[in-house]
Design a protein around this ligand. Sequence first.
Ligand code: ATP
Length: 321
Amino acid sequence: MKDSANLSYMIDVRGLNKRFGDKHVVRDLSLQVQRGEILGFLGPNGSGKTTSIRMLCGLLTPDSGSGSCLGYDILKQSDQIKRNVGYMTQKFSYWDDLTIRENLDFVARLYEMPDRKRAVDEALEGLRLTSRAQQLTGTLSGGWKQRLALAACMLHKPRLLLLDEPTAGVDPAARRDFWEELHELAAQGITVLVSTHYMDEAERCHKLAYISYGALLAQGTAAEVIESQGLSTWAIHGDADRLVELSRQLRGQPGVDLTVAFGSALHVSGRDGAALERTLRAVTQGQALRLEAERTGLEHVFIFLMRGSADNFADTLGAGR
Ligand SMILES: Nc1ncnc2c1ncn2[C@@H]1O[C@H](COP(=O)(O)OP(=O)(O)OP(=O)(O)O)[C@@H](O)[C@H]1O
């Protein structure tokens, strides 16, 4: 394997495109990820995240574009890439009636790994699964199954993990533990690209990339992603019924791009800060409502980016794009 310590980027791709029939699923994707970084890949269903991941690890050939993964050319060296990344697909499968150890041993056998026992022992230990090694996989909770999936894709000690919605459907406590593991792996120099729909997970990534209709709309640290959209946000406090009505009333008004109920307040965001403030002062004046400037957060930005694109490329919504 190439010496990853000397690579400036573990993933470095430019201008990747992929079409399926007349669907342009990934558009001019350029992405650079440094060693030890956790990059969160976000976007609505069907926006092209899985397709992008599959191109990065050499499972799918892009129609155009170029780049490298772990220093290997994504067009010419896909075999080396496949051997050196850990890819956790959305549907990791295992045998319910085998123990955790037996499942890991099965995977090690599949990859014809030398010294299987040691590899399995280390994977069990690394992900704190040793105490459960003899438990039947079918009896594990969702969180422990995800940990097994992570152990399986760590068996061959990859320097890069590509995780496709690894915590979908897992409870918050198990998701938190899973993320502790990811941070420990990152601290050891392992690079992680992880797709997620969970906002709390987005906040735990070093960097973020937001994709919609196959195009990267924002990328950088959370602060950079927030800054990039130039949104101003206000909170309106008042009677709950009145806020619901106000939310309807505000839609389409000058400066208003987004209204969203946040706890007991209504948050309103927009790109034209001056117009937004004028509108909000006018509608709240003389009313039993309190208007306060609010810090724009990641959640506001993602809701803003997601408007009107609940399921990208779904037959009705994606038409004409
Ligand atoms: N092999 C394929 N053939 C045809 N269309 C495909 C193929 N793979 C994916 N697509 C389509 O490409 C689009 C993007 O799919 P992709 O799975 O990359 O999105 P995603 O962002 O990972 O979605 P999700 O969050 O739902 O997993 C979808 O419309 C999907 O139906």
